[in-house]
Design a protein around this ligand. Structure first.
Ligand SMILES: Nc1ncnc2c1ncn2[C@@H]1O[C@H](COP(=O)(O)OP(=O)(O)OP(=O)(O)O)[C@@H](O)[C@H]1O
Length: 247
């Protein structure tokens, strides 16, 4: 295993009772790096994240930050990784800044209060995603896109080496989509994070430095991102023939 690899996947086989979605997947993700994960609906992108977060059993080996995932209990809770799922639900009224500051949970003992420094970081995180104006709104009354920005701000506070984001720009308008991708670029280039980002937003990938993983390919592998590669993968995904590959 490479010294500089933050995520190492060997011969991963995962899926559900009736269907194997990931077959003999090998990945060696360097740190820091941005990795866009693309592919058709239902090809197994979220399933890969379920395996990486310890929520789904699998065959093969997964090492994160040098640790065998099988030896890690709740990797998202102990700071090995931070995970932004596709949908986060909050069932009670809560001030946006109170929700964002919870991203600092690892720095606090159970039930200890967040202090001024934590709230300053929460305010800064909201500013970084362009959502400072939402700080004192009730989260449950925000639009879907506004809620997505708030989850991103909370994620920014989690201070992990590896970030897994499942379609973070799904409900965002063109301005915020671009802004979120440039924020992710900043996390990699300035803060040294490694970001795995599931997305259907191919338009914003062409200018991102990093790698692309197309899980709809018969043998998915990391490829250096470029506008030519994004165009080739777009053409592949748009072709009828590509649908026949997996099913
Ligand atoms: N718990 C489950 N039991 C059985 N099948 C499941 C389960 N969860 C997901 N699936 C199926 O596995 C397939 C892959 O799901 P997954 O969520 O990984 O797709 P995806 O690539 O993330 O798709 P999308 O782009 O639509 O989000 C889908 O066909 C889905 O219906």
């Amino acid at each position: 295993m490479s010294q500089l690899s933050v995520l190492n996947v060997e011969n991963l086989v995962a899926g559900y009772e009736q269907r194997v979605l990931l077959r003999n997947l090998f990945l060696c993700v360097p740190a820091p790096a941005f990795v866009a994960i693309i592919g058709h609906n239902g090809c197994g992108k979220t399933t890969l994240f379920r395996a990486l977060t310890g929520q789904l059993s699998y065959q093969g080996t997964i090492h994160i930050g040098g640790h065998d995932l099988r030896t890690l209990r709740r990797p998202a809770a102990n700071g090995v990784l931070a995970h932004l799922p596709q949908r986060g639900v909050v069932g009670f009224p809560i001030d946006v800044r109170e929700l964002v500051v919870m991203g600092r949970f690892r720095h606090h003992r159970f039930l200890s209060a967040y202090g001024a420094a934590d709230y300053a970081l929460a305010t800064e995180a909201l500013r970084s995603v362009g959502a400072a104006h939402l700080a004192h709104r009730d989260f449950t009354e925000l639009s879907g896109g506004e809620q997505q920005l708030v989850w991103l701000a909370q994620l920014a506070l989690q201070d992990a080496g590896l970030y897994l984001l499942d379609e973070p720009t799904q409900q965002l308008d063109v301005y915020y989509r671009r802004r979120v991708f440039s924020l992710l670029h900043e996390w990699v280039a300035a803060a040294g994070k490694t970001v795995l980002c599931i997305t259907h937003d191919l338009d914003n990938l062409a200018e991102m430095p990093g790698y692309l993983l197309n899980l709809s390919r018969p043998v998915p592998q990391l490829q250096p991102l470029s506008s030519a590669l994004v165009q080739a993968e777009r053409e592949f995904l748009e072709s009828e023939a590509s649908l026949a590959v997996k099913w």
